[in-house]
Design a protein around this ligand. Structure first.
Ligand SMILES: *Cc1c(COP(=O)(O)O)cnc(C)c1O
Length: 376
């Protein structure tokens, strides 16, 4: 049995006809930038996300950068980010000239640990970027309470958690302005690059729309030094179609996660995900941990099971951030996670038979090598 890490087969089949019909409509409109499809999708995505506004942006990284620009964050400002995240959360901060301040995650949820937040706050701190990693919402009660106490903005990086909830409230609706990505393999993915901003503020939504479009409110009148970060009209049409399936696809991911939990429950030396009781994860990824991660990954590969590591090098140790002068050991929890985490295949269409095969393969590795786990 060969199991890819991700497959579009199952989900693409479901909306293929609609996508083709939509392409013909789009082709014939003669209106290819910021047209009806973008306006439509922005309305639908705001409704889905339970925010007043959504603004389509070219991709997730640009959406994050745009949120920071909208809030006038720049040189001298400090922005708190988790020490374990996809690099884009940090790139956004440094692209506007601000300084990332890393805060360690909880070793249980892998999300930013609110108990470490206050220590990281200085008079220069302007915002906290919680990242709902792997699809699990961060502890938003504590985060928003601390943000309010110190008068900081909260900007959610919701790229991995479209449709997730914290205490019944949708992620992407907690921050003053939030960003998400529709990279093809995200829970809601386009057929190319795409992203969005969500907010309840009319002013911030308007400003985001101006900034993404050359900083222009009225054609050829430029109030801001803007960018070209518009959502592609064709992708907007695809996203409107796929949005109808998102809750259903998220449910399938949750069922797959439950099956993994069940079949891996009694396997020694393998840590399965912990989901906070207030969080409903949409399982963008199903990430286990093992002290023998690299060997286990190789063993699975030999058995034709593809896995990935999210992420092998934490941002503070990336070459591009050498100038920040961090060293190995500075963020031990993030480093521990990057050395032990392993993402198993999870996507609508993955069958129970495949899940059992994956879990049996993991079990057989652990049984054969359990002596290895005690050597450090
Ligand atoms: C995917 C992702 C991004 C970036 O999105 P792109 O659309 O690829 O630019 C940002 N943050 C997180 C946490 C992501 O997973």
């Amino acid at each position: 049995m060969k199991i890819p890490f991700y497959s579009f087969d199952h989900i693409n089949k479901q909306f293929r006809q609609q996508a083709i019909a939509n392409f013909i409509d789009f082709f014939d409109t003669n209106h290819y930038i910021l047209g009806k499809q973008t306006i439509d999708f922005e309305r639908k995505y705001a409704e889905f996300n339970k925010t007043k506004y959504a603004v389509g942006i070219s991709n997730g990284l640009d959406a994050l950068i745009t949120t920071l620009r909208v809030l006038n964050i720049s040189y001298g400002d400090e922005i708190i980010v988790p020490s374990n995240t996809f690099i884009a959360s940090v790139l956004a901060v440094t692209h506007v000239g601000a300084t990332p301040i890393f805060v360690e995650p909880s070793l249980k949820t892998y999300n930013i640990n609110p108990t470490y937040l206050e220590k990281a706050i200085t008079p220069n701190t302007k915002a906290i970027i919680p990242v709902h990693l792997y699809g699990q919402p961060c502890e938003m009660d504590q985060i928003t309470t601390i943000a309010r106490k110190y008068n900081l903005y909260v900007i959610e990086d919701n790229a991995q958690a479209q449709g997730a909830t914290w205490n019944q409230k949708q992620t992407g609706s907690f921050g003053i302005i939030n960003a998400t990505s529709f990279y093809p393999t995200k829970n809601l993915g386009a057929l190319g690059d795409a992203g969005a901003i969500t907010t309840d503020s009319f002013e911030l939504a308007q400003k985001a729309k101006i900034i993404r479009n050359y900083g222009s409110d009225k054609k050829y009148y430029n109030s801001h030094i803007g960018t070209n970060n518009r959502l592609d009209e064709f992708q907007a049409g695809i996203l409107s179609i796929k949005l109808n399936y998102l809750n259903n696809w998220n449910k399938k991911r949750q069922l797959i996660a439950q099956m993994y939990d069940t079949y891996l429950k009694d396997v020694n030396h393998v840590i399965t995900p912990y989901i906070h009781p207030s969080a409903q994860s949409v399982f963008h990824l199903y990430v286990i941990r093992s002290l023998q991660r690299n060997k286990l990954k190789e063993y699975l590969k030999v058995s034709s099971i593809d896995t990935l590591i999210h992420y092998p090098i934490p941002p503070h140790l990336q070459k591009c951030y050498q100038h920040l002068n961090y060293q190995t050991g500075d963020f031990p929890i993030a480093e521990e996670l990057s050395n032990t985490c392993l993402s198993l295949p999870i996507y609508p269409g993955l069958t129970e038979k495949q899940i059992i095969y994956i879990c049996d393969t993991i079990k057989s590795y652990v049984q054969k090598n359990s002596n290895l786990f005690f050597v450090s």
